[in-house]
Design a protein around this ligand. Sequence first.
Ligand SMILES: Cc1cc2nc3c(=O)[nH]c(=O)nc-3n(C[C@H](O)[C@H](O)[C@H](O)COP(=O)(O)O)c2cc1C
Length: 333
Amino acid sequence: MLSAPLRIGSMDIWPPLILAPMSGVTNRTMRALYRPFGLGLTVTEFVSSNALAYGSRRTMEMIDQHGLEKPVATQLWGDDPATMASAARLVRECGADIVDINFGCPAPKVTKTNGGSACLRDPDRCESIMRAVVAAVDCPVTMKMRLGWSDDALVYVDVARRAQDAGVQAVTLHARTAKQFYKGDADWEHIARLKAAVDIPVIGNGDLDDPHVAMRRMRDSGVDAVMLGRATLGNPWLISQIRDLMEGREPQPLPAAPDRLRFALVHYRRMVEELGEPRAVPQMRKHVALYLKGIPGAASLRERIMRLDFAAEAIATIEETIDRLEQAPAVAA
Ligand SMILES: Cc1cc2nc3c(=O)[nH]c(=O)nc-3n(C[C@H](O)[C@H](O)[C@H](O)COP(=O)(O)O)c2cc1C
């Protein structure tokens, strides 16, 4: 075994490979489907602590972790320590193994209320929130952040040290500033610097889309775990490939195109079963578009799937594509 488990509190997380929280994407269906590829931990979409105070049905659905494989972290955002503490108690009651605090989201709808990455403009407030949440629950609390609000305010080391002092048990760094959104490259030098600056586990995140690069980043920065986001979408096999390397094996090759699309069908059907057709169809458009990557004729298929309003039509289109690929095996690799 080349890597060590990630230890958060008394939990040993193996492999040290985490699915990034992605709003509108990492719902319970998606997390359950992707976990068997080799994730040690999954994180929910971020949940507004204010919305939990009102208890909307959709928000309650997001925090319900009962009947799922463990461990799972539920992520909260907000700018008020007391509201965050109440929300933390509630998500813990609803089955979270870990409560994760979001100091990373750069979306204006979040930062305009001082939530997400906007908290990094006020490290004292970050500290108050972390202390309140740690005091509120009997499970580990973790935190995910960006480098800072902007290039001239890189507060990540300060905020991570405050996290450690407040009793937060691991910190994830997405190595971009809030102002960068997703532009430029994630700068792993900062992740290495953070690892050297704190004693709690550090989880590195940003732009990992290749198994060998992920392992190199992990080794060079010394982080305790890596977190993968966008590159897993349409390609959960990336997770297995990294797990293979972590366990000392050569990574399995990507399955052939028809098998990748068969998995897309499983994903589609599961989403319809669990969310219902009206919610599943729009969400699955983007997933199917990504599963089609690298498949002959993908561009026109993508266009067609984008226009379809019913699951049965989309499923039939994917099935026809599988048949077509299997009749022309030479191009289906
Ligand atoms: C569609 C989308 C939604 C996201 N939602 C969240 C979120 O709810 N909470 C969070 O901490 N980060 C969120 N992120 C950021 C990711 O967790 C991750 O930090 C970022 O995508 C960088 O990792 P990657 O390069 O592996 O994708 C989101 C990213 C995307 C693309």
